[in-house]
Ligand binder design. Sequence first.
Ligand SMILES: Cc1cc2nc3c(=O)[nH]c(=O)nc-3n(C[C@H](O)[C@H](O)[C@H](O)COP(=O)(O)OP(=O)(O)OC[C@H]3O[C@@H](n4cnc5c(N)ncnc54)[C@H](O)[C@@H]3O)c2cc1C
Length: 380
Amino acid sequence: MTDVGLSEEEVRFRDSVRAFVDKRIAPNATRWDLEERYPRELFAETGALGWLGVGFPEEVGGSGGGPVLFALLCAELARGSAAAALGLYVHSALASAAILHLGSAEQQARYLPDALAGKRVGCWGYAEAGAGADVTCVRTRARRDGDAYVLDGAKLYITNSTFADFMVIVAQTDPERGLKGMSLFVVDRGTPGVRTGAPFKKLGMGASEMTEIVFDGARIALANRLGDEHLGFIAALKVLTLGRIASAAFGVGLGRAALDEALRYTAARMQGGAPITRHQFVRFTLADMATRLQAAWQLTLHAARTVEAGGDHDCAAAMAKLFATEACTHVCERALHLCGAEGYMRESAAQRFYRDCKVLEIGEGTSEIQRETIFRHIGR
Ligand SMILES: Cc1cc2nc3c(=O)[nH]c(=O)nc-3n(C[C@H](O)[C@H](O)[C@H](O)COP(=O)(O)OP(=O)(O)OC[C@H]3O[C@@H](n4cnc5c(N)ncnc54)[C@H](O)[C@@H]3O)c2cc1C
């Protein structure tokens, strides 16, 4: 995607991530996908490079930088392996970011240096059997009991939860108050009354791992509540809005990988004595794919720059997430089509992209939720 508007520092950063991804991630992505096991060593490796700390201040072990650097990071990582990028993203931009934005100085000191170095891994537990698009449906309950809370309930589809060392959990502390009765807790693995299940089988994102987390009378110390009682989740919504820009960047990166694969195949594939790019259909399809991705990237950058300028980014982030993730799905489907039977084989990259892309339209607020958000801003 075009460099116009990127500073020298941003280009340098992107190029260093790109070189790592090309050497360390992209060549292993198909194997990791087939093995269906998260490459956990990536946490320590990217932590040592300072990338888990992008967007975090140096005082807590971070590397500084803001949403533009983070979007560049996500786009490049997702280009190499969307599943590997997902695990890193959930750890850094959801679990660790919640501790940064809501945690006390003591909680930040307790969790962030190790988390940003990739020595301890986090997950983000919001979703439940009954709580998906509608955030007010959370039923996991945290009841105050002396100097602790007692957690009961279950979280579902939680990325990294099979191995995470700490879990940031959304729970109701006052069911009468709806969204204003939901708090956040950081729960350490090994806490009595907390158990995780076996990894779930999924359509895509094969290398990422997810399962359920069950709380059965788990006592969580008061000191592990993040932010104010009842208001933690509302405060965390700010973190989730930023996550939409990262999702958009994921879409651009994954889409870029699919476009590259389609360009490679169509240039090399000979039919009737010539490469299939001699057909106008093939050339136009590739041109449309590239154009959608360019538009998606510009919307993503615009949303990230809006945050950095201190503007209201809610609508810009929703537009970027909506457009980029739907563009990604389109591009991945076209790439598979252009790669023919070879692309359909289980070892091919094209089919992996096709399976990986769909979840980007579902997580971090589905496309419908983004459209509702956009209409709230433009409607009269
Ligand atoms: C690979 C993967 C990884 C995940 N990782 C995590 C994680 O780490 N942590 C976590 O907490 N969760 C995670 N999730 C779960 C994710 O948060 C939910 O999938 C997401 O919130 C959507 O909820 P749902 O799947 O229950 O969809 P539902 O809420 O059941 O929605 C189904 C459909 O109905 C539509 N719909 C629902 N309500 C409305 C409405 N009001 N208006 C219009 N349309 C509507 C939706 O847009 C969607 O198309 C993950 C999911 C996947 C697939």
